[in-house]
Design a protein around this ligand. Structure first.
Ligand SMILES: [Zn+2]
Length: 92
């Protein structure tokens, strides 16, 4: 018997903060597949799903006001495309 992918994601995020890319690499999924699960997690977990906003690797810009859970493609300040995060964890 195996856990569902969604339950596995929940278990992982209870242990540590991870980005969608981290989850994708650990679970052998695409980032897009991980992002299909995240809105469901937010709906069921509500505020227990903590999101640390994405950050531009070049200029440090933090995407604070973003409500979407996927990674922004481009920094509005420096136009760079090296954006890390967002990162997720689940409050116990
Ligand atoms: Zn930037």
């Amino acid at each position: 018997m195996s856990l569902t992918i969604r339950q596995t994601i929940v278990n992982m995020l209870r242990e540590q903060e991870l980005s969608a890319l981290d989850l994708a690499e650990a679970l052998l999924l695409t980032r897009r597949e991980v992002h299909e699960h995240l809105p469901h997690l937010r709906r069921s977990l509500k505020k227990a799903l903590r999101v640390r906003p994405a950050r531009c690797r070049l200029c440090g810009y933090v995407f604070r006001d973003r409500s979407r859970l996927d990674a922004p493609g481009r920094c509005p300040r420096c136009r760079g495309e090296l954006v890390d995060g967002p990162w997720f964890r689940i409050e116990r």
